[in-house]
Structure formats: C-alpha cells, structure tokens
Write a protein that binds this ligand. Structure first.
Ligand SMILES: NC(=O)c1ccc[n+]([C@@H]2O[C@H](COP(=O)([O-])OP(=O)(O)OC[C@H]3O[C@@H](n4cnc5c(N)ncnc54)[C@H](OP(=O)(O)O)[C@@H]3O)[C@@H](O)[C@H]2O)c1
Length: 327
C-alpha cells in the first residue's frame, strides 16, 4: 500500500537514510532483513530539515506548535517518522532546556498533530531510558529508569507518543552511519582520520554497547511501517562491543593500524557529565517473534559501513576537526 510518509529530522543520520529507504523500491542491504521489494513501492516520502536547508525538504521548527500544526493541516501525512531529537547525551546534560525542547516538546507537538489527523506516529527512542543494571537486558515492557537528561527527555517523548492511537515506539542502541554534511565528525570518523595520520587514539574499553548500522535500522523500520506494527519494539544488534572493540573492528576492516588504538577505562571518582547506564542491553525477542532477524553486529558490518561512507564522503563536504562528544 503506498502512503504519504513524513520523516522529521530528515537531514540527520537516520532520517536521511530513511528518506532513501522508504521511498525506493529496493532499499538494498536487505539480505538479512526480509524487506521485500514491494513493501514501500510508490510511497510519497516528504521530510523536514531545520538548520540546514536541503533541496526537497521543508524547513520546519519542530518545537513550534504553530508550524507543526500548519504543516499537518496542509499536507495530511498518513505516517510520521519522528527523527527530530538532540541525541548527544553530554550536550543534553549541559543544556537540559534544549534537550527538553527537542526530545520532549517537539514530540508532544508532533504527537498531538498525529492524533488530530489520524496520522500513524513512529517515534525513535533509546536504550538510555533504562538504567543498565539488569544482567539479562531489557524487553519492551521492562520498567524504564533513566539516569540522565537525555534518557529522561526521550522517555517523556515516549509518553507523548503512547497517547497517539496505533503509535509505534522503536528503541535503538548507539548507531553509526553515513557522515552528515557540515557536521562535526563522529568519533569513528575522527578515529579513522587519526589512524590515517599515524596518531594514537584512546577508546573506552569498559561500557559494552550494541553498535548498530543506521542502514539496518532503516530497513527494519521500512518493514514494520509497511506492516503497521504498534506498541514498542527494540531494534538492536545482538553483538556487544566497547568503543575500543568497535573501533578495532572498523580500523581492521579499513586496513589501518589498529595497534594505535589504546583501551581506556573510566577514571575512578570522575564526576561531571551525564551518568552512563552500565549495560542497557536491548533484547530483541519481539523483533524475532515477528520473523525478523536483529541487525548484524559490528564485525559483520564494518566493511559495509566503510564502503557506504566512502561513497557518501565524496559528496558530503564534512569538515574534519574535533570529534563530537556524542555518548
Ligand atoms: N544516533 C544515535 O546513536 C541514536 C541512538 C539511539 C536513538 N537515537 C534516536 O534516533 C533518532 C534519530 O537520531 P539521529 O542520530 O539520526 O539524529 P541526528 O542526526 O542528530 O538528527 C536529528 C535531526 O533533528 C533535526 N532538528 C534539530 N533541531 C530541530 C528543530 N528545532 N526543528 C526541526 N528539526 C530539528 C536536525 O535537523 P537539522 O540538521 O536540519 O538542523 C537533525 O536532522 C533520534 O530520535 C535519536 O534520539 C539515535
């Protein structure tokens, strides 16, 4: 069934991939994910950007209720995938007002517009809604208990989304993907640049995460949107890796000297910054019960990621420099 799908935050890492995948007949990289060629054929996909004007995208300030309401009343999207967010955990801790506006208030605006116009809402959330103390990981119905501003404001967003009939909330772990033009390089991009120049890089070897490729997430989203799934769904690679393990996998796939990577540990008694959950592992029992395999882990995807970034960097114009703080 073809529909009008709106992607908010369509210039971002996940949103830009979704624009491609939701609007194309064959999104590629689907061998593990069972996205069929007809899932999204014929969709009309529109997107919002904000700071960065992009061809074909509407400039909408998602924290302005009036702008959001006007867009929905004029365009009547049937599905809205809400990617607008402030996903930088440390930046959210430094500026809780900004975090609340982007993660919670923008979602309230979009959720109310969706409810008013019968639009299906797909909200993207995070493993940081959990405190990370469970040894067995987290299922969709486990109780959230965020430890920092990012998790708190994303959880508020979940609560707004849950008020929209038929909404789907998809919780994700830390993502990697194609460079976003004009943005500070991610830690992975900065690491690759340092290794190319023969400089050593210290990487955390304590916190285990589930690095997941944005292309794989987009492919799963395409499938579950086509199937009109509701409720909460975890989408996460089931391979754990610290930043050090993750960095090594990418460096080795790139043929760069991984011996220049040095494992580091959080310094005892360090204060300041956002509290990090120890191991907020997202279990994917529900995804698997739907017949979908979880996205592949970093050792399997490192080469795909590098191939994709080398294609997109040739057109991105992103500026090298200091890496973004991220998580
Ligand atoms: N990245 C991760 O590791 C990760 C992990 C778990 C969950 N998630 C969730 O996945 C979703 C997508 O994340 P992402 O990494 O793709 O984020 P992203 O690259 O930072 O994209 C966020 C988008 O929000 C837009 N935006 C910011 N302020 C806005 C405003 N006031 N009005 C309208 N748009 C605004 C930005 O548009 P402009 O650039 O045009 O300003 C940007 O394109 C988020 O909900 C995030 O919380 C991400």
């Amino acid at each position: 069934m073809s529909r009008h799908i709106l992607v908010t935050g369509a210039g971002g890492m996940l949103g830009s991939r979704l624009l491609t995948v939701l609007g194309t007949v064959n999104p590629g990289n689907t061998e593990d994910l069972e996205v069929t060629e007809n899932d999204n054929a014929g969709n009309l996909v529109t997107g919002w950007s904000y700071r960065r004007p992009l061809p074909g995208l509407q400039r909408i300030e998602a924290t302005s209720r009036a702008q959001v309401d006007r867009y929905f009343a004029e365009h009547l999207p049937q599905v809205c995938v809400h990617c607008v967010a402030a996903p930088d955990v440390q930046a959210c801790e430094r500026d809780p007002r900004m975090a609340h506006l982007l993660n919670a208030a923008s979602t309230e605006n979009v959720a109310q517009a969706c409810a008013r116009h019968g639009t299906k809402l797909v909200y993207l959330s995070t493993e940081y809604v959990f405190d990370g103390s469970s040894r067995d990981g987290y299922r969709e119905d486990d109780a959230p208990n965020p430890l920092q501003t990012y998790g708190e404001t994303k959880l508020l967003g979940e609560r707004y989304a849950a008020q929209v009939p038929g909404a789907l909330t998809v919780r994700l772990p830390v993502l990697y993907g194609d460079p976003v033009p004009g943005r500070t390089p991610t830690w992975l991009e900065a690491m690759l640049e340092a290794l190319e120049q023969g400089r050593p890089v210290d990487l955390d070897d304590h916190y285990e995460r589930q690095p997941t490729w944005s292309h794989d997430v987009a492919a799963v989203l395409a499938r579950v949107i086509a199937d009109d799934l509701t409720g909460v769904l975890h989408v996460a690679a089931q391979e754990g890796a610290t930043k050090y393990v993750w960095g090594r996998a990418v460096a080795e796939a790139a043929g760069l000297p991984s011996a220049l990577l040095r494992p580091s540990r959080p310094s005892p008694g360090a204060t300041g910054g956002a509290r990090r959950p120890e191991r907020p592992w997202l279990r994917t029992d529900r995804l698997e019960s739907l017949g979908l395999r979880p996205p592949a882990g970093i050792h399997r995807r490192a080469a795909d990621y590098l191939r994709s970034t080398s294609t997109s960097t040739s057109t991105s114009g992103s500026t090298p420099g200091q890496a973004s703080a991220g998580r």
